[in-house]
Design a protein around this ligand. Sequence first.
Ligand code: SF4
Length: 96
Amino acid sequence: MSIKKLSTDELLGINKFFVDEDNPHIVIDKDKCSDCKEKACLYVCPAGLYTIKNDNITFDYAGCLECGTCRTVCTAEGITKWAYPKGTFGVEFRYG
Ligand code: SF4
């Protein structure tokens, strides 16, 4: 028996996400983010949800794994809201 090694994108693709379109559970302040020198969120988010385009941070909470790392490393108070998704929303981890 052999086990196929999956890429990070393939592993993340196994999960299911129930996105609350009306109530983002993470909100960022793009003005504070643009002033931030470190921009650690670009490097630590395991889902790669923080990206930079034309020197501006872009963020999409839809694929969030709810790990809390971005909230922990942000030193610029750029995250103005961080909460777990309500009720039946959020990530559903699936293994294999
Ligand atoms: Fe990325 Fe984790 Fe922050 Fe979600 S909580 S945006 S997965 S670092």
